[in-house]
Write a protein that binds this ligand. Sequence first.
Ligand code: NAI
Length: 441
Amino acid sequence: METRRVAKRAPHYLRQLYSSLLGTRDGRRERLVILGTGWGSYSVLKKVDKKRFDAIVISPRNHFLFTPLLASTTVGTLEFRSIIEPVRNTGFRDEHHFHLSYASDLDTDRRVVHCTSSLDPNHQYEVPYDRLVIGVGADTNHFNIPGVLENAFFLKEIADARNIRNQIMVNFELATQHDAEPEERRRLLHFVVVGGGPTGVEFSAEFYDFLAQDLQRLFPDEKDTVRVTLVEANEILSAFDSRLRSYTERLISKRSAMNIVKAAVTKVAEKAVHLSDGSVLPCGMVIWSTGVAPRQFTRKVSLEKNRQGQILVDSHLRVLGDTSGRVFALGDCAQVEGHTLPCTAQVAERQGRYLARALSHQHSPASPEPAPFVFKPWGMLAYVGGYQALHDTPYDKSHGFHSWLLWRSAYTTQLGSWRLRMQVPIDWTKTYFFGRDTSRF
Ligand code: NAI
C-alpha cells in the first residue's frame, strides 16, 4: 500500500528511479498469480523475487504438503501436521494475496482467472494477472472403473491419509466385536491396495510396520487374520531398476500377512474387488493408487495439451500457443513439448525453482533470455518396510538398511522448513519408543 502511494505521488523521473530500484514498471509490482500450493507452485512462491512481484496464490489448500512422507501418516508413524507447512508463512505482502479458492477457468485474452471459493461455492469471482503460473497438480486416475469413487480410498491429501487411518482402526474395532463371524472378521481385516507404483508399495510398507510393531501387540487374536493384497496389472515399481523390482517382490511375498496379485481391478464393490481374471476378493478396505490424471481445471482450459491431457509448455515453461508469453505451467499438470518428464515432486520442485529465477531474470530487459529448463534426475527412493528401502540413482542402485538411512536423511534435509526438520525426527523417535497412536477420531 505504502509503495503504491509513493509511486502515485512522485514525479515521473522519481518514479523511474524508484522503479529501477525495485525492478518494476511504472512503480507498480507485477501481479504474479500462482495457481496451486504443491511442489511446483510452492517453490515459485518461496523463491520468486518479492520486491519485483506481488505474488497472489489461488489454491483450495492453504498449506504445502510434503508428499513423499504422506504414506507414513496413514498409520501414525508421522503425525499429519508434521509434514505440512502453512503457505501464509512464506510472507505475503498483503493478507488478501492468498485465496482459498479453486481456479475454475482462464481467460487469456482478458488476463483473468475465474475462481470459486472453497468455503462458499456461490462466491465466484475473477482475479487479474500480469503473469500466471499454472501448477494445479493432478488427480488420482480411476480410469472410470465402476465403484472406485464410491468405495475406494485415495492417497493424495492429508484428509485422505486421515480417512485411511480412521478406517483401519474402525475395521479392527469391528473385527474384535464379540458377535463378529470369522468370515466377516477375515473380510474386515483384508486390506487391498490397487496399483503397485511407489504410492501403493510405500503404503503397504507403512501398513506392514504398523502391523508388525503395534497391531499384533494390541490385537493378538487377529494377528493371523490380517492380510494385505497388493494388486498390480503389470510390473510393481515399473520406474525402478529390474533388480530392485524383483527384490521388492520377493520381500513382500516373504511377509506372511502380505501377497501380490498380478491382475487388473475391473470393479470395486462395497465389500469386494473384482479382478480381470474373474476372481473376487472380499475385503474391508480398498486403497486406490493407480497413477495420475488431469484435474478439472486442466481439462477445461483451452490451451494446447498432449494425449494425457497435460498442458504443453516450451523449454522455458511458457504454455504453447499463448503469444503473450505471460502464462507458464509446471509440475504434474504440464509437460515440456517433446519430453516425457515423470510426474514427480522432484521435477515439479526443480521447475518451480527454475521459473522463479527465470521470472526475475525476464524482468530485466537488458538481459538475454534465460537458459532453457533441463531436468537431470537425482534418482528415486522408496520405502519398502521393515527398515528397508530402495535407492535408484544414476550412480548406484541398491537396497537394504543403508538405503533406509539414506531415505530418511534425504527426506529430512528436503523438508521445507526447520520446524518440519525438527518435528519429523521427533515423531520417528516417539513412534520407535512408544508405538503409534491407534485412536480413532
Ligand atoms: P504409478 O503410475 O507410478 O503406478 C500406478 C500403478 O497402478 C501402475 O503400475 C499400473 O500398472 C497400476 N494399475 C493401473 N490401473 C490398474 C488397475 N485397474 N488394477 C491394478 N493395477 C493398476 O502411480 P503412483 O504410485 O500413484 O505414483 C504417481 C506418481 O508419483 C509417479 O510418477 C510416481 O513415480 C510418483 N511417486 C514417487 C514416489 C517416490 O519416488 N518415492 C512416491 C510416490 C509417488
